[in-house]
Design a binder for this molecule. Structure first.
Ligand SMILES: N[C@@H](CCC(=O)N[C@@H](CS)C(=O)NCC(=O)O)C(=O)O
Length: 226
């Protein structure tokens, strides 16, 4: 059985799943979901992706998908065995998913970053549909960012916030190869997937390039999982 990944290619959550499958040596098929995914409701009732079809068993949500992958191919283990490490890894994963993600959503939609955002988002769309989605997306995403709160801050305040998060990562990575324990884990994959998309913004790339530990760790995670 070859798992089928239903994805938005641009999504850091989908990137996390692809990295986990590569690390575990699992081959998969990909279905690119259109940006307006109406007819994929039977795959993901929440309308969120990634979703993976494991031979008829559908799993939605990247964390649940990684747990399913871990059960399918236990090594290398992405969920640390030590309970304290496991807890830390899951907390870091959730921080990446629920905090860093909103920096992605907010910053990629800033005017100076928008062209690359729309190119990445709409890579599979063309013609009138592409133009229509490109026209409405900035307003929709701005609304999401404002609802979460980050989108109500000035650009300078958002960059300062992200710099503080990156300082925390830089400090955490001092003298160690991975975020938790002594091997790559779900924490590294989740955080790297967010830093990866943030590196597609002018400000995010400047912040990560100024932190040598973070930058070296990014290269390390990519070497293992890309
Ligand atoms: N907690 C979910 C989050 C997935 C998620 O938010 N995916 C976004 C793409 S980055 C999505 O599908 N958005 C579509 C929507 O909200 O309608 C996971 O870890 O898989």
């Amino acid at each position: 059985m070859t798992p089928i990944l239903y994805q938005f290619r641009i999504s850091p959550f989908c990137d996390k799943v692809r990295r986990a499958m590569r690390l575990k040596g699992i081959a998969w098929d990909t279905v690119e979901v259109p940006v307006v995914p109406g007819k994929f409701k039977h795959i993901s009732p929440t309308g969120k992706f990634p979703a993976v079809d494991f031979g008829g068993e559908l799993v939605v949500d990247s964390t649940d998908i990684l747990a399913r992958l871990e059960a399918l191919v236990p090594t290398p283990a992405l969920f640390p065995v030590d309970p304290r490490d496991r807890g830390e890894a899951l907390i870091l994963e959730d921080w990446a998913d629920e905090s860093l993600y909103f920096f992605d959503l907010t910053m990629r939609n800033w005017p100076q970053n928008r062209a690359s955002f729309l190119d990445d988002l709409l890579h599979a769309e063309s013609g009138i549909k592409r133009r229509l989605i490109a026209a409405v997306t900035p307003g929709v995403v701005r609304g999401q960012a404002r609802a979460q709160g980050l989108g109500r801050k000035s650009e300078a305040a958002v960059v300062a916030d992200l710099g503080r998060h990156y300082d925390a990562l830089e400090a955490r990575l001092a003298g160690r190869a991975w975020l938790v324990g002594d091997s790559i884990s779900i924490a590294d994959l989740a955080v790297r997937s967010m830093v990866f998309v943030l590196d597609r913004t002018i400000e995010g790339r400047a912040l990560s390039a100024a932190r040598p530990g973070l930058d070296a760790w990014s290269r390390r995670v990519d070497a293992a999982s890309l």
